[in-house]
Design a protein around this ligand. Structure first.
Ligand code: 5GP
Ligand code: MN
Length: 352
């Protein structure tokens, strides 16, 4: 009779983030970091936490693994954020000296690209605050992961209030956290927009920050070339598959060069076809040269997180996910069409 030895390994659970509350008042060297190509929530939650922690006298460095969209530059503190790729030595020194490293808005260290190894080997205590499923819990000493939360900005807000420091939410904290929660909820539209989100916004508003300014800075700050580019994309690069309630945008690298497209210029583009009647799944695949980056958005009961994991080396949330592939654009497009056909049953069955 064969004897099977089954090795079961348990990931050590992260300690509750509330254990940090009593330690906040003792100044430390702190690094705050987030995922590559940070979006409004990644940058907003990081800088919101930065402006909060600063008030205790901590010495804090915020590091982004890569560059970011210009429409985030208005955020207070953004100009001091280090770009790991272009400010490598300064960022590495800050990581070497850090006692705490807050990791915001990502679930696995691989989401920090070239910073992954440095973060993984750091001697500092790593702390996770995130709302993506399946966090790499063994990598963090303290942490909170809750996929039901609208945004990491909301979780930073909960952390601040939970620690009994709600009075430290000043205008800068409020502006950054508002930008995070507003962008990650699609301007308070997605199902994740709970009553707690609205209560949080009400509390933030009491600091006097101007929410209209935040919307303008984020959404009314583009250059003409981006609109010409979008016009071309919608006219020539979008395919609709009504039988599958699906839309696909595939963008060759030449388009990015021709229209001088920069980081952030393609953000939100995947949502355009979702406003076509009946469309339940929208996908965009962009040839960025070094990789083919995909984004998926769905409405209702189609799970793009599983879809992105299964076919595109990615992940994310139920209705918003992404991935990347090394194959040429045509192959990734073919892969998408095959995956769409494989999922025909789920795509044709719409439920809220
Ligand atoms: P976006 O489409 O805006 O890049 O990302 C949408 C969501 O999917 C975000 O929550 C993001 O964290 C997640 N996501 C995007 N790309 C990847 C990826 O390559 N891997 C994983 N695990 N998640 C991703
Ligand atoms: Mn987020």
């Amino acid at each position: 009779m064969a004897v099977y030895l089954i090795k079961i390994t348990f990931a050590p659970p992260m300690q509750e983030i509330s254990e940090l509350y009593s330690l906040l008042s003792q100044p430390r060297k702190v690094v705050i970091t987030t995922h590559q190509k940070p979006d409004g929530d990644a940058m907003g939650s990081s800088l919101g936490l930065y402006h909060f922690l600063k008030q205790f006298g901590h010495s804090i460095t915020v590091i982004s693994p890569t560059n970011w969209a210009a429409f985030l530059n208005w955020m207070p503190g953004c100009k001091q954020v280090l770009d790991y790729e272009s400010q490598f030595n300064a960022a590495n020194n800050a990581i070497d000296e850090a006692e705490w490293i807050f990791c915001l808005d990502f679930n696995t260290l691989s989401r920090t690209k070239k910073m992954e190894e440095k973060l993984g080997n750091a001697t500092a205590t790593r702390i996770l605050i995130d709302h993506h499923i399946e966090p790499q819990v063994e990598k963090f000493t303290y942490g909170i992961s809750n996929a039901d939360k609208s945004s990491t900005a909301e979780m930073v807000y909960d952390f601040i209030v939970g620690s009994g420091n709600g009075d430290k939410i000043n205008e800068a904290v409020a502006e950054c956290l508002y930008a995070g929660v507003m962008t990650d909820t699609g301007s308070f539209r997605f199902p994740s927009t709970s009553s707690s989100v609205h209560e949080m916004v009400a509390a933030l508003k009491k600091t006097g920050f101007k929410h209209s300014r935040v919307h303008e800075e984020l959404y009314d700050n583009f250059l003409e070339n981006r609109f010409r580019f979008i016009g071309n994309v919608l006219l020539h690069r979008m395919e609709i598959f009504y039988e599958y309630n699906t839309a696909l945008i595939a963008i060759p690298q030449n388009d990015l060069i021709k229209y001088d497209i920069r980081t952030g210029d393609t953000e939100g583009l995947v949502n355009y076809p979702l406003s076509i009647q009946g469309i339940k799944l929208a996908a965009i695949i962009i040839d960025r040269g070094e990789e083919r980056k995909s984004s998926f958005r769905s409405k209702g009961n189609f799970d793009v997180n599983t879809f992105a994991r299964k076919y595109f080396n990615g992940g994310g949330h139920f209705n918003a996910a992404g991935g990347q592939n090394k194959e040429p654009l045509e192959e990734v497009v073919a892969k998408f069409k095959a995956a769409m056909k494989e999922n025909k049953d789920q795509l044709s069955d719409y439920q809220f």
